[in-house]
Design a binder for this molecule. Sequence first.
Ligand SMILES: Cc1ncc(C[n+]2csc(CCO)c2C)c(N)n1
Length: 221
Amino acid sequence: MSLFERLKADAAREWASYVDHAFVRGLGDGSLPQAAFRSYLVQDYLFLIQFARAYGLAVYKADRLSDMRAAAATLHAILDVEMDLHVRVCAGWGLEAADLEAAEEGDACVAYTRFVLDAGLRGDLLDLTVALSPCVIGYAEIGGGLAAQGVAPNNPYRPWIEEYAGAAYQDVAASARVTLDRLGADRLTPQRYRELKRLFVTASRLEAAFWQAALDDAAAD
Ligand SMILES: Cc1ncc(C[n+]2csc(CCO)c2C)c(N)n1
């Protein structure tokens, strides 16, 4: 079994709370309140900034050129491709670049991103990659799962789902699984597995909390 599948099986409850969250179901059937999606988009912009830092840390933590190059490529993709894409998606939802820049990071964003950065700072590249894996691989599973259920043509969240269900993103997630296995083959010991599982469980819970914060924010409006 791959390291990712093993972690997922051992964190089944927290994993389900993330990938089957009410927010995700609302994306799939189009019933998600638009205010919740807007709140999510604003926080996700701030999230991407912190995740770029995490990939910067992965460059630093890598001890092979190939791992440095892979982390640097993701860092570049986030800063120069995903963030521009994100700004364009936000514009389509009535959010200007100024709205994004003025926004305050919510507690869920702070908790999740700083948790990942801390895991990487005090650990090695395997710790950091495990802490990042619910983000990278989870979105492929969510997008792929929603697309497989069928998405109505008039679902406003269809472009979001198609982005993560698409072949390009599925390939990113597949290579993240391979990287995780390779790092595990080099560095995993039975003693370490318990700590890695703890990182994976917490990151999955914090992903679920990120969805929940957007629902709560919209409900409070
Ligand atoms: C809360 C939250 N979790 C995961 C992602 C997805 N994501 C963010 S950075 C990255 C890796 C680079 O492709 C991926 C897949 C998101 N946007 N927001």
